[in-house]
Design a protein around this ligand. Structure first.
Ligand code: CP
Length: 322
């Protein structure tokens, strides 16, 4: 693996998932693989899970991990080619990225979308420029449109649950449901989950959202899409809850009906579904306390698995770079 930006960088999803689960069973089995190597984690936006799980994963492989909160501690970066830098940006990515590439063996970056201009965000300018100029393998810690480490974790968690639950049929029904939120959020997690579940191909996959909340077909093609949440939830084995803002009329909140929040009553429609969320979650807005604190929630298991997904990806890149 030369980089990890989307599912397209993965030759075999199941093999990578097995690798992550093998690290969960034996975290230090490759403790010297990354000896004398350094990984840089660059954050242009906040994080809890991604930052810490990736640091832990790198440490398990014997790598030194250095975190740089670029948004708070670094110079304001310019990403546009040919920009006349007379505004607030101080340093061009063309100058910064090769320097970072000389300090690190692997670079990871988190760059959220602006949600102001769809074409700009969906061009993935920031991470593309970074890849173009840094000269070392890049891992996405969530970009403008995708969150691949989260999606790999999600499939790791689904497979882990499946392996210990004979009550779920071999091709589970997985439902991605929109949920209300007070802020306009990126489509990244939903796009990425859809892209990975479709590529994985081992589930009946349904996406449900209010009217006008369609995601990009580039990611959802292959899924059944409905605006009837109750119908979607019927017999579901997994329910993945996530808010996203509108894609067509980009970055807007059209709908905040609390009836879209998953509750125990709605869960009755499912096959005793396990409930997933990438976190952070707004309690009693996106997801009810009764679900999050109840027996069907696997959000803590899911967040814990972020370490093993990150470790599998870093390991693949280290092996390919040898
Ligand atoms: N799910 C996720 O990416 O969490 P953080 O934003 O805390 O990293």
């Amino acid at each position: 693996m030369k980089q990890f930006i989307s599912v397209n960088d993965v030759s075999n999803i199941n093999t990578l998932v097995e690798k992550a689960l093998a690290y969960k069973a034996d975290p230090y089995k490759d403790r010297t693989l990354g000896a004398d190597k350094r990984i840089g984690l660059l954050f242009l936006n906040p994080s809890l899970r991604t930052r810490l799980s990736t640091q832990v994963a790198a440490g398990n492989l014997g790598m030194e991990a250095i975190v740089f909160n670029v948004d708070k501690e670094g110079w304001a970066l310019e990403f546009e080619e040919g920009a006349i830098m007379s505004g607030s940006s101080v340093e061009h990515i063309k100058d910064a990225a090769p320097i970072l590439g000389s300090y690190f063996d692997i670079l990871c970056i988190r760059t959220f979308p602006s949600l102001k201009n769809r074409e700009d965000d969906y061009s993935e300018l920031y991470i593309s420029q970074f890849i173009k100029y840094c000269g070392v393998p890049v891992i996405s810690l969530e970009s403008a449109t995708l969150h691949p480490l989260q999606s790999l974790t999600d499939i790791v968690t689904i497979k882990e649950v499946l392996s210990g639950n004979a009550a779920i049929k071999s091709k589970p029904k997985i439902v991605l449901t929109w949920a209300p939120h007070v802020k306009a959020l990126p489509q990244c997690v939903a796009n990425s989950f859809a892209q990975w579940i479709n590529a994985w191909g081992e589930a009946e996959f349904v996406i449900t959202h209010p009217e006008d909340y369609e995601l990009s077909e580039a990611f959802t093609r292959g899924a059944t899409i409905t605006t009837n949440q109750d119908e979607a939830l019927k017999d579901a084995d997994f329910v993945y809850v996530k808010n996203w803002s509108t894609f067509k009329d980009y970055g807007k909140i059209y709908e905040n009906d609390p009836r879209w929040m998953l509750t125990d009553a709605k869960l009755q429609l499912t096959n005793n579904a396990k409930v997933m969320h990438c976190l952070p979650v707004r309690r009693n807005v996106e997801l009810s306390d009764e679900i999050l604190d109840g027996p069907n929630s696997i959000v803590t298991q899911q967040a814990g698995n972020r370490v093993w997904a990150a470790q599998a990806v870093i390991s693949e890149i280290l092996v390919s770079s040898k």
